[in-house]
Design a protein around this ligand. Structure first.
Ligand code: C2E
Ligand code: CA
Ligand code: CA
Ligand code: CA
Length: 278
């Protein structure tokens, strides 16, 4: 309601600037996109570094715009967050990802988890626990095959984060801390959070072997994770040298273009079989 008020003002303001006008246009086409089902999910595998098995896939949203083509999330998630439309998008993502994962299992693929990115707004909403529970009930996906990705910034309010994570976890789902090392790190609280794994941000992985301290940071994050009995996933793995370093450091899982880009659900089962037979 607050945002609408601002936009009403902007609508009648003679000196409205371009960026406001662009934002309004984007907001109204986002609303249409939700109505017209223009979002698509792409899936990227998370591979066990020892066995090469697929342990999970991350669901990444794209907007299949009728005229502009495929729009990446960074071009519309910020405005979706600003306007509150993110909640509708994220709930569609959650349901679609769970449905797709159940379908893969029903088709006979070896079971793996599906990871869904949460927005701060959703994480702050106490209704989230019931929303997740309902989606699991409706899709029939076993809770352990759903993983929610949160960020450090979302957990800054520890009085909210601790019980929220505990309640989500008690549904039997898994929780990963995304982009670890880039946000506000509450190392003090990490042990109080009911989470299962840390995801090393790709900026640190990119620095592996560059002689910068990225290499050290990667080792430190793996050590922190393992000391707290958390699994650790490295993101943005593109090169063999990065993979080799992560193997030596005993990272658990890897995700990145080295293995596969994010792929549409229909293409994923084919490429899955390719990956497994490599
Ligand atoms: P993220 O959660 O950190 O997702 C990882 C991003 O890295 C994805 O970008 C992925 O395509 C990209 N990536 C994967 N492997 C590699 C690699 O080897 N090298 C490089 N350079 N990049 C790689 P994408 O799909 O464009 O998503 C960007 C961000 O948008 C995500 O970052 C996430 O924060 C957000 N996002 C995506 N889907 C959703 C969603 O459904 N809901 C919400 N709230 N946010 C989402
Ligand atoms: Ca993520
Ligand atoms: Ca990430
Ligand atoms: Ca991110």
């Amino acid at each position: 309601a607050k945002n609408r008020g601002l936009n009403m003002y902007a609508l009648y303001s003679p000196d409205m600037n371009i960026s406001t006008r662009e934002k309004m246009a984007l907001e109204s086409s986002l609303r249409k996109a939700i109505e017209n089902n223009e979002f698509r999910l792409y899936y990227q595998p998370q591979v066990d570094i020892r066995s090469g098995e697929i342990k999970g896939v991350e669901a990444l949203v794209r907007w299949q715009h009728p005229t502009k083509g495929l729009i990446p999330p960074n071009d519309f998630i910020p405005i979706a967050e600003e306007t509150g439309l993110i909640t509708q998008i994220d709930r569609w993502v959650l349901r679609t990802a769970c449905m797709q994962n159940k379908k893969w299992q029903d088709q006979g693929l070896p079971p793996f988890r599906v990871s869904v990115n949460l927005s701060s707004q959703e994480f702050l909403d106490d209704a989230l626990v019931d929303v997740v529970k309902n989606v699991l009930d409706e899709t029939g996906l076993e809770p352990k095959y759903l993983d929610l990705e949160i960020t450090e910034t979302m957990t800054m309010n520890v009085n909210h984060a601790i019980p929220m994570l505990r309640n989500l976890h008690s549904l039997g789902i898994q929780i990963s801390m995304d982009d670890f090392g880039t946000g506000y790190s509450s190392l003090n609280y990490l042990k109080n959070f009911s989470i299962d794994r840390l995801k090393i941000d790709q900026s640190f992985v990119r620095d592996i072997g560059n002689g910068s301290n990225g290499t050290n940071i990667v080792s430190i994050i793996i050590a922190i994770a393992h000391s707290m009995n958390l699994e650790v996933v490295a993101e943005g793995v593109e090169e063999k040298e990065q993979l080799r370093f992560l193997q030596i450091q005993k990272c658990d899982e890897v995700q990145g273009y080295y293995f596969s880009p994010p792929l549409p659900g229909e293409e994923f089962d084919k490429s899955f079989l390719d990956l497994m037979s490599r």
